[in-house]
Write a protein that binds this ligand. Structure first.
Ligand code: SF4
Length: 55
């Protein structure tokens, strides 16, 4: 039995089109000297300990 590789691209939290992690709510960031809300941008082969495999 194979285990799903622990990559963002295989995680239920990953928005592949935007390359964003949606594990938590968007967070405030400074963009163009304005406060905006954004999800973290992560690459498909990144990973973290919050990984949850897609079914
Ligand atoms: S592995 Fe972690 S960083 Fe990557 S999409 Fe899942 S929760 Fe987000």
């Amino acid at each position: 039995m194979s285990e799903t590789q622990r990559f963002c691209k295989n995680c239920i939290c990953y928005d592949a089109k935007a390359q964003e992690c949606h594990r938590y709510a968007p967070r405030p960031v400074d963009l163009d000297q304005q406060k905006k809300m954004r999800w973290p941008v992560v690459q498909p082969i990144n990973w973290c300990m919050e990984f949850q495999p897609r079914q």
